[in-house]
Design a binder for this molecule. Structure first.
Ligand code: ADP
Length: 455
């Protein structure tokens, strides 16, 4: 669609719930920024629309200002005003939508996890399209991401093309089919979509119930092209086990469904320029890596007695997908084997967060193990730089970025062979892979015994 050298300069607009580094929860944020920068470098005009969250990192937005215009958008039978802000993030032009709605949708101190997330993001999807219409934009591609902005696809074709916003084709990327945003069908009406037209098995009706609608399914049906974040994951979600109820839909639309492996933003993740690091380094000179390791140990009050003692890193959302049982096991196993282990992560799942808080407390002053249970961008860079090995034992993994960042910072990945990990980490002993591509350790069975053998 966009890689032909003869193709014209395209106008691409991303509508998304995250964008690194200002509003990032996980890989979605990295990819929206990284992909946009890459497209911009190729000469395309790229703009991004995200909500104006109260909890954004405002210090990473340049020239933030409110526009004089007010955009009115429809919701629940009324028009609501939206204040529109513009600013530059990582060299990219960004529109921030601030709804003047009494529910204060993006004034909650967190990005997701609110009871009314469906309302918050269906509202945002509609307001974003309204902004494009009223601003007279004529994009070639509108790119929406995950269930939060999946509404854009049906809204565009059912409502906005008739209003004159009709130059674009819609691309939908699903970064994780685990999250589909399903809800009671009646809720779809709030953003102006026609429930009776859309709550049908061949449109947005969820497979689980006649009374539920599924935004991700809607985007698969209504978009011109549907992508996910790695070729292996694109195969996995076509199966009954992997598709989370959407495998039949994905197979029905297989002609427009493709897996494209994510990459990382090699400017944002560059150990030779990374200002978060104590010492910059590159693959020709790893002396700086040693110094970063020493610095992290000191900072986290880990033993510094043996510079050669291996350090294993792990940076992740602590959710079942990430193989939390294997991460826990790896912590204890690394300790037994005499290594050091640093985990940076936090969990939206209360019992997992509590369990890891217990482990963190247990190892509070331990010379080998440290768990830091929060989101911390700066510390994440230091851990990638300090680690000798990095574990990603995911049960499933659409793409995964941490293995790629780890490799860029000279840490060897230990990964489960699934999804995008299967497309990016190649075992040192795998004879089917040319030697120059082998870059880590992989295992298949997601149980503790297998991880022990790999380690
Ligand atoms: P997912 O999108 O499923 O969370 P990815 O591997 O695609 O997983 O992306 C994770 C991104 O989030 C990486 O950039 C990683 O460094 C970052 N990250 C995850 N947890 C934390 C944390 N606690 N603190 C800082 N960064 C984190």
């Amino acid at each position: 669609l966009i890689s032909s050298p003869t193709s014209k300069r395209l106008h691409i607009i991303h509508i998304a719930a995250e964008m690194a580094p200002v509003a990032k929860v996980g890989g979605l944020g990295d990819v929206v920024s990284g992909l946009s920068k890459a497209l911009q470098k190729k000469g395309h005009l790229v703009e991004i629309v995200i909500p104006k969250y109260d909890c954004m990192q405002y210090d990473r937005v340049r020239d933030l200002r409110a526009l004089d215009v007010v955009v009115e958008s429809y919701f629940d039978g009324q028009l609501f005003k939206n204040k529109i802000w513009v600013g530059i993030v990582e060299g990219l032009p960004v529109y921030f939508i601030e709804p003047q709605h009494p529910a204060k949708f993006f004034w909650r101190g967190q990005f997701y996890g609110e009871r009314d997330d469906f309302k918050r993001f269906s509202y945002f999807s509609r307001a974003a399209l309204e902004l494009l219409l009223q601003a007279g934009k004529k994009p070639d591609i509108i790119h929406c991401h995950d269930w939060q902005t999946a509404f854009v696809a049906p809204l565009y074709w059912d409502i906005y093309t008739a209003k004159g916003l009709n130059s674009a084709r819609i691309c939908f990327t699903c970064h994780n089919f685990e999250y589909q945003g399903t809800t009671h069908a009646s809720e779809l009406a709030s953003c102006g979509l026609d429930v009776s037209q859309l709550n049908r098995p061949d449109r947005m009706q969820d497979h689980s119930s006649h009374e539920r609608v599924n935004p991700v399914k809607g985007a698969v049906v209504f978009s011109n092209i549907v992508t996910t974040v790695s070729p292996t994951y694109a195969q996995e979600v076509r199966t009954a086990e992997g598709g989370r109820g959407l495998h039949k839909t994905l197979n029905a639309y297989s002609k427009k469904f493709i897996g494209v492996l994510n990459g990382i933003d090699t400017d944002a993740w560059d150990p030779s320029t990374d200002s978060f690091l104590k010492v910059q380094f590159n693959f020709d000179d790893l002396q700086g890596k040693k110094e970063n390791k020493a610095d992290l140990r000191k900072h986290l009050k880990l033993s510094s007695a043996d510079p050669m003692q291996p350090l294993v890193g792990c940076i992740t959302r602590l959710v079942p997908q990430k193989g939390v049982h294997l991460i826990r096991h790896a912590i204890y196993r690394t300790m037994e084997l005499g290594g050091q282990f640093v985990l940076l992560g936090s969990s939206p799942v209360e019992h997992i967060q509590r369990e890891f808080e217990g482990i963190a407390k247990h190892f509070e002053n331990h010379p080998q193990i440290r768990l830091i249970l929060k989101y911390d961008e700066a510390l994440s860079h230091s851990i990638y730089a300090a680690s000798d090995m990095f574990i990603i034992p995911s049960v499933f993994e659409p793409c995964g970025l941490t293995q790629m960042i780890a490799m860029r910072y000279g840490a060897v990945p230990i990964a489960r062979k699934t999804g995008g990990l299967n497309d990016s980490v190649f075992d040192v002993d795998d004879d089917t892979i040319p030697l120059q591509f082998r870059n880590g350790f992989t295992f298949l069975t997601p149980d503790e015994q297998v991880l022990i053998i790999v380690c």
